[in-house]
Design a protein around this ligand. Structure first.
Ligand code: NAD
Ligand code: DAU
Length: 339
């Protein structure tokens, strides 16, 4: 039987990033009795404007680093729970410079766990399906909670490391922790370095989209709002010490996703460039979310990918001021890598 937990004061780390900000909006919209404290360092990926519109009485924003132990300690003294999204999140960046990934993803998670241990704060750790490595294109298998860890990139290995820290702090110190490993998210406010928004904003800028390798790599897409609802179910009703995979049966080849974007934006099917592959590029991810669905009864709402993609394209079209400032530098970084 899942433990019932009704947090009133939660800390959301990384709440100014893509998924974290979508989660904060989801909580404010759906959980009226909950106050959120966002702890975010506002790196290149964080944007305070992502939290615009949230009433002051519902949220406190703290500009700070998850590796800052005294700050974290002070915040945890007044919280029931933490939902830990903050991370360096982009594989290509981790290949170019892994150091910030080790610091934030490993040392940062350690810092938060120590505070959770001291103040007995419930800990929900946000992780990724990438900790399991990859599957072959023709393999009928999907990842489950029992799949062995086999990360490929500096990013995914630091996320795997952080998962292992959480498991150890649960087992050794009794920290009340859960972990969720989710597949690829899409939706509004995703940084334009990521695949879908990069291609959308390329087209909006008159730049040809860029496809890595042979374009056959498969990702399992889920709308970020469905990720948020799943996290809430796990935080409030999940069993302590357990891992839950989050996915919505959204497997798609990269070239198919790109062609859907091209068609949705009035471009031809071949209006893109093939570019250098990512070193160590994972072939396929696929999630079996049976545990989450059967144990907690979670179901995704955004099951129509074409509709979700059209809304996402529209969001980037309608909000150029949100992304234009980062476009030139993002593309310059890719160009330097031959991508
Ligand atoms: P993001 O890069 O958009 O946002 C990360 C946020 O963390 C930013 O607001 C940034 O300022 C903040 N941050 C980074 N370092 C920090 C530090 N040292 N202290 C405090 N804040 C810091 O990331 P995202 O795509 O929203 O991913 C959020 C979480 O979800 C990550 O843990 C990621 O591993 C996980 N995840 C992402 C996906 C995906 O598809 N994007 C899928 C599964 C899991
Ligand atoms: O699976 C969950 C993971 O999904 C998260 O843990 C990561 O934080 C998140 O960034 C994402 O990782 P990916 O590496 O799968 O996402 P990305 O958007 O970088 O790339 C998606 C796919 O598209 C991947 O196969 C690489 C490819 N790609 C990417 C870019 C940026 C291209 O073909 N062209 C591109 O320009």
């Amino acid at each position: 039987m899942a433990e019932a937990f009704e947090p009133k004061k939660i800390i959301v780390t990384g709440g100014a990033g893509f998924i974290g900000s979508n989660f904060v909006h989801w909580v404010v919209d759906n959980q009226p009795g909950v106050h959120v404290t966002v702890l975010d360092a506002l790196t290149y990926a964080g944007n305070r404007a992502n939290l615009d519109g949230i009433p002051e009485e519902r949220m406190t924003f703290v500009h700070g680093d998850i590796c800052d132990a005294p700050l974290v300690d002070e915040l945890f003294a007044h919280a029931d729970a933490v939902v830990h999204f903050a991370a360096e999140s982009h594989n290509d960046n981790s290949i170019a410079d892994p150091a910030p990934f080790v610091r934030t993803n490993v040392e940062g998670t350690f810092t938060l766990l120590e505070a959770a241990r001291k103040h007995k704060v419930r800990f929900h750790h946000i992780s990724t399906d990438e900790v399991y490595g990859d599957l072959a294109l023709d393999d009928p298998a999907k990842f489950t909670e029992d799949t062995p860890y086999h990360p490929s990139s500096p990013y995914s290995s630091t996320k795997a490391s952080s998962d292992l820290l959480v498991r150890a702090w649960y087992r050794t110190y009794g920290v009340r922790a859960t972990i969720s490993n989710c597949s690829n998210n899409y939706g509004p406010r995703q940084h334009i370095e990521k695949f879908i928004p990069r291609q959308i904003t390329n087209i909006l800028c008159g730049i040809r989209p860029k496809l890595y390798g042979d374009g056959k790599n498969v990702r399992d897409w889920i709308h970020t709002e469905d990720h948020s609802s799943a996290v809430w179910e796990i935080l409030t009703r999940g069993r302590i010490g357990e891992t839950y995979l989050i996915g919505a049966n959204g497997e798609r080849g990269n070239i198919d996703v790109l062609r859907a974007i091209l068609a949705g934006m009035g471009k031809g099917a071949d209006d893109f460039d093939w570019v250098r592959d990512r070193p160590g590029h994972d072939r396929r991810y696929a999630i079996d979310a049976t545990k989450l669905r059967t144990e907690l009864g979670w179901v995704p709402k955004h099951t129509d990918f074409a509709e979700g993609l059209a809304q996402t394209i529209e969001w980037y079209r309608a909000n150029p001021e949100w992304w234009q400032g980062a476009k030139e530098a993002t593309e310059a970084k890719y160009a330097a890598q031959g991508q």
